[in-house]
Every structure is written in C-alpha cells, then in structure tokens.
Design a protein around this ligand. Structure first.
Ligand code: 3EB
Length: 345
C-alpha cells in the first residue's frame, strides 16, 4: 500500500468512482470482475457468505450483510473506480484504494462483548487504519447492528453502540461523516465505509432536523456520531452526494408513529430538503437535486406488512432509471418503521 503514489495531484485528476446496487439475479459477477476495477463488494442477503463469489480469486474488500430482502434473493453493492485498485488487510479489516478513495470493511463477532466495547474497538481500528493508509477523510459509513432494539448491559443495544462509537470519535477529532445505522441479522457488527485521501468532504445537515450529534440525552447517553449527508467535492463541478440513512424525524422527534406511509413521505421530504439547491447553497455547493436524482437507494422496512405501501410511495418518488433495494431491517428507534438512503453520482 505504501508503494502507491502519494504526490500532489490536483482534484481534477481524481479518478471517478461509480457505485452499483443490483439484484443478484441480474448480474454476472465474473463478468464484472474481469471488466471493472473493483474497490469492493457488499452483499445484502439472508444467507451467510458469498455464494456467487465462491471459487473465484478475489482481492478486494468483500462483506456479507445478513439482511432479509424483498423482491430479490440478494443485492450486490459494487464499488468501481476508473483507476486500478490496490488492496490490503489490517487486524481483520479489509481495505482497497485507487490512490484517492479508500473502501474499508470490518465485521466483528460479538462473542459476549458489550456493544459499547465492540463499537469503540471497531472505530479505533478504523481510525488507525485510515490514518495508516493515508485516507483519513471519511465520507460515508454504514453501520449494521444485530438485534439493534434489544436491551443489553442496562440500555438499548443501539445506545451502547453510540456510546462506544462516540468515545472513538472523541479521540479522533469529532468530525462526523454521513452514515447509516441500521439493524441486521447474524451476530457480527458489520461496518463499511468510503474515505478520501484529500480533505474534500462537506458534511451536510438538514434544517428540519436537529443534527444527530445534538440529539437530547433522552435518546441516548451519547448522541449518534453522524451528519445527514456528505458531499465529496472533486472540483470543476464534479462531486458525489451521499445521503445518510433518513427517517421520519422532525427536530429530534419521531413523527407519524404507527403510520408507515406517512413516515415514508416525511422521510422523502427530509431527503428532498437536504439535497435541495437552497440547502446545498448554504455549504457553497452550486448544485440542486431532487429525489429523481437519487441512485443506489436502500429502503429499510421494519415490518413485512408495510412493504407494499412503502414500495408504492417510493416508486412514485424515485426515478425508474435508478436502482432501489428493499431490505427488511429494524431501525435504531423502535417507533421508526422505515429508513431511506441513497447516492447522487
Ligand atoms: C436518525 O435520523 C435515524 O447511528 O449512524 C440514521 C443514520 C440513524 C445513521 C447512525 C442512525 C445513524 O437518527 C437513525
């Protein structure tokens, strides 16, 4: 990894990356692997492991997130770059880089440890790794937490996770990336993230939502460490906008308890406001996006019975040209029925 060129390279020369989110049935992974520079692949499916990758020699971060899916057997999120990619491992973390972007995956088995400890351990390792590899500017993180709403060690497991994560962030500058925090199956905390070699991320907040890191104490001993979005600014009008996991929260309160359709509409409106020209201009970003621009959309649905209504609302809102994965997962607050995220590339 150290052998990668680390010269002064202007932003304009930064290789493009592209993310694909595709149902397992529709892709030929072998084909993709020979034609693309792959930064990493994350598989969302109920079964453990990578059935479609078995027997193939791979040299990039590959992670399976145990999650039930609607309408497809599994989904693959495939990160590709215009540049060739180098890969490595560090204490169980897997990472790759095209010289500018780093993709990192880490899965930690719980093994009777408190989620506070595992959250802190995971993020301490992550900060160590991104600094060692010289890609310290984290754009976007996904946190998959088993049994997220259950209680353990005196508080909800998500609250324990937030506490450990906050302790690691406090030692590392308290700059919060865009993120998703969501339930999963299995018994491992699974995290993946993208980080940049250069300091070119702008972290976004939503004027309609309290910044999560300022949530009042009734939601947890330490508030969650994330921003509502991140815009990675490549210069010259190029950029990628990562929309964090978004839910039916106004201010810091859950709204429309028990009503999946209205929670979905509030969530979509929160995303619209976040990516609007009005909001982006307050960060000096001369761009304006709508829901139709959002791609690689993940819709996390808590209750199977709400799938049809949520899908109907989302089909109306999003472009048929973009990819959407519907996944079954618990959300960090028990009263949230849906969470939605996406990327504008
Ligand atoms: C929310 O707005 C919903 O803990 O990293 C969304 C995105 C949520 C990220 C996290 C949690 C996280 O508070 C939950």
């Amino acid at each position: 990894f150290e052998t990668l060129k680390q010269g002064n390279i202007s932003h304009e020369n930064i290789p493009g990356i592209k993310v694909y989110l595709l149902p397992a049935e529709s892709i030929n992974l072998r084909q993709i692997m020979v034609t693309q520079n792959i930064l990493g692949i994350v598989r969302f499916g109920e079964d453990e492991g990578y059935p479609e990758l078995e027997g193939l020699k791979i040299c990039f971060p590959a992670m399976n997130v145990a999650m039930k899916t609607f309408s497809a057997k599994a989904y693959y999120e495939i990160w590709t770059s215009e540049n060739t990619v180098a890969c490595g491992t560090l204490q169980g973390l897997q990472f790759s880089s095209d010289g500018f972007h780093q993709l990192l995956t880490v899965c930690l088995k719980e093994e009777d440890r408190d989620l506070r400890e595992i959250g802190r351990l995971a993020y301490d390792l992550i900060f160590q790794s991104v600094q060692k590899n010289n890609h310290p500017n984290i754009s976007r993180v996904w946190n998959h937490i088993p049994n997220i709403n259950q209680f353990g060690d005196g508080s909800e497991r998500y609250i324990r996770f937030c506490l450990g994560r906050a302790e690691a962030f406090a030692r590392n500058g308290n700059i919060f990336p865009a993120a998703t925090g969501i339930g999963c199956q299995g018994s491992s905390l699974c995290i993946y993230m993208v980080s940049m070699r250069k300091d070119m991320n702008k972290y976004l907040e939503n004027p309609n939502q309290t910044p999560a890191y300022k949530y009042p104490a009734k939601y947890g001993i330490k508030p969650p460490s994330f921003a509502r979005g991140a815009y990675t600014d490549y210069g010259g009008g190029r950029g990628i906008l990562y929309v964090s996991g978004t839910a039916s929260i106004i201010g810091s309160e859950t709204v429309h308890q028990g009503d999946a359709a209205r929670q979905c509409e509030t969530t979509l409106n929160n995303i619209s406001v976040l990516i609007s020209g009005t909001n982006l201009s307050s960060y000096g970003i001369k761009k304006a996006f709508t829901l139709k621009d959002l791609d690689c959309i993940k819709v996390y649905i808590k209750n199977e019975a709400d799938y049809e209504i949520i899908k109907a609302v989302c089909t109306q809102a999003f472009s048929p040209d973009k990819s959407i994965a519907y996944l079954k997962a618990d959300v960090c607050r028990n009263d949230l029925l849906v969470e939605i995220e996406g990327i504008v590339m």
